[in-house]
Design a protein around this ligand. Structure first.
Ligand code: C2E
Ligand code: CA
Ligand code: CA
Ligand code: CA
Length: 275
């Protein structure tokens, strides 16, 4: 039992106490891991549905934790944001990704995800450009993915950030499109280069007629606004057939390849003559 406040006692359930301990160990592990270079980039192929060719990769961070093994971002990104290490973590994986992707075919793009916390940093654009210069990586090969949650931030700040990135030739895509509530207004007010339809609509495309209607609507929105579209989470050939009927898309998903480490990606690229 712990003593709280004045004469108040409350008891932690044993389970709650162990959850708290797990949480604080996670925090320490993440802090340490950033310093030790335990965060690494994985890559998921992006494919042009018309040609079937790989056009680039999305970098997805992984944590090689000595205690936990390979950990996905849904666990560590929110914590890294909370404890203030997301910028260092992101910088570390982006630097590695630039080094990796630099060795690939020069037409292959690299997409990276950016946290709303980083969007709030007035120096973010400068930091990113410095990384590109140091890695000698052409900005035109880089695409920044931002989610709608980034746009609930100070819109003026986001706007000028996007403008300075685009000025350097970096492309900006709106990630997880369709899951936030104010997507349409933002499409009009910010100069995105691409929208990525959220996996929840794509994975159910062949089986759910509502998903079909929504994806069709997004496709016509995209072509009307001149915005290329990526479909995320393509797992089945049936989904590809449906997408092909609707227009031009890029696609990502387990059908084309799961996120993999650089060495595995490079094996595949070598076979395709893209190294
Ligand atoms: P996201 O950007 O929407 O990335 C797509 C997620 O869907 C990835 O999960 C990917 O592995 C998964 N996925 C892709 N294709 C399929 C499929 O066909 N089926 C299924 N079931 N899943 C698929 P992951 O790697 O766990 O990443 C989760 C989220 O973490 C990402 O969502 C992104 O928002 C965030 N994230 C990843 N890396 C970073 C990073 O370096 N910085 C920041 N700020 N966020 C990151
Ligand atoms: Ca993404
Ligand atoms: Ca997404
Ligand atoms: Ca997502």
């Amino acid at each position: 039992a712990k003593k709280g406040g004045k004469n108040r006692y409350y008891w932690f359930e044993p389970q709650m106490e162990s959850e708290l301990r797990f949480r604080s160990e996670l925090e320490n592990g993440i802090r340490r891991g950033v310093g030790n270079g335990e965060f690494v980039p994985f890559y998921e192929p992006q494919v042009c549905l018309q040609t079937g060719r790989i056009t680039g990769f999305e970098m997805l961070a992984r944590w090689q934790s000595p205690e936990l093994g390979l950990v996905g971002p849904d666990l560590f990104i929110p914590i890294a944001e909370e404890i203030g290490v997301i910028a260092d973590l992101s910088e570390s994986v982006i630097r590695q990704a630039l080094q990796d992707a630099k060795e690939w075919h020069p037409e292959l793009g690299l997409s990276v995800n950016i946290s709303p916390v980083q969007m709030r940093d007035p120096w973010f654009a400068q930091k990113l450009l410095k990384m590109l210069v140091e890695a000698n990586f052409p900005p035109s090969r880089l695409e920044i993915e931002i989610t709608e949650s980034c746009l609930h931030e100070n819109l003026g700040l986001v706007r000028s950030l996007i403008a300075s990135l685009k000025n350097q030739g970096i492309r900006i895509s709106l990630d997880d499109f369709g899951t936030g509530y104010s997507s349409l207004a933002q499409l009009r007010s910010l100069p995105f280069d691409r929208i990525k339809i959220d996996r929840s609509f794509i994975s159910t495309l062949a089986s759910n007629s509502d998903s079909m209607t929504i994806v069709q609507a997004i496709a016509s929105l995209g072509s009307g606004l001149g915005l290329p579209i990526t479909a995320e989470g393509v797992e089945e050939p049936e989904v590809v057939d449906e997408l092909r009927k609707m227009g031009e898309f890029k696609a990502q998903g387990y059908l084309y390849g799961r996120p993999a480490a650089a060495q595995d990606v490079e094996k595949r690229l070598a076979e395709l003559g893209l190294l």
